[in-house]
Design a protein around this ligand. Structure first.
Ligand SMILES: [Fe+2]
Length: 182
């Protein structure tokens, strides 16, 4: 279940309702799907065949379509990252830059873990959202953030888009951001 850590104060926010209500105030959508719907063989698998990916999409088809309908997302896919991913370290360097884009960034974690670092309102500052299987997040358009892996370096997530072409990262140069504050 997702946890929030506010970087300036090190305050942690736990529990589904507390996390949802904090994120709502920050205009970040948080929902939860039942990760146990996935066959056990796919709950801990990070190198996926096309059939595996299709099975994940089929398993969560009603959740995906419900979210897409409410939020206007039109297309979706699966991303899987682990130490078996070619060039993982280079990819992570690229990921770990604060940026914005002109559509929401949506991730529904189906296995593993991941973390969003998000620039909140001025009174909150940057906060981390740690995500595990079942957590669903949508970071709104134009909100500075980045997404990366956690120590286990393994994740599978459904990504939803309005259009992939409209989703080019714009670097957000923020001298006040300290990456090492983790
Ligand atoms: Fe992004």
């Amino acid at each position: 279940m997702a946890e929030v850590r506010i970087r300036n104060t090190n305050e942690r926010i736990q529990g589904e309702e507390n996390v949802r209500s904090f994120l709502e105030k920050q205009e970040v959508l948080y929902e939860h799907w039942n990760p146990a719907k996935l066959p056990v063989s796919l709950q801990d698998k990070f190198v996926l065949s096309d059939e595996d990916k299709q099975q994940i999409l089929t398993t969560f088809d009603s959740e995906i379509r419900d979210l897409a309908e409410r939020r206007g997302y039109l297309t979706w896919d699966i991303i899987a990252l682990s130490d078996d991913t070619p060039n993982l370290n280079e990819l992570l360097v690229k990921f770990e830059q604060v940026h914005t884009h002109t559509e929401d960034e949506v991730r529904a974690i189906t296995a593993g873990r991941g973390i969003f670092i998000i620039k909140g309102t001025d009174d909150v500052g940057y906060f981390d959202v740690e995500l595990t299987a079942g957590d669903v997040i949508s970071v709104p358009e134009n909100k500075p953030h980045f997404f990366t892996l956690m120590d286990n370096r393994q994740i599978v997530a459904v990504r939803l888009f309005i259009e992939k072409e409209g989703w080019i990262a714009q670097p957000f140069d923020d001298p006040s951001f300290q990456k090492s504050n983790a």
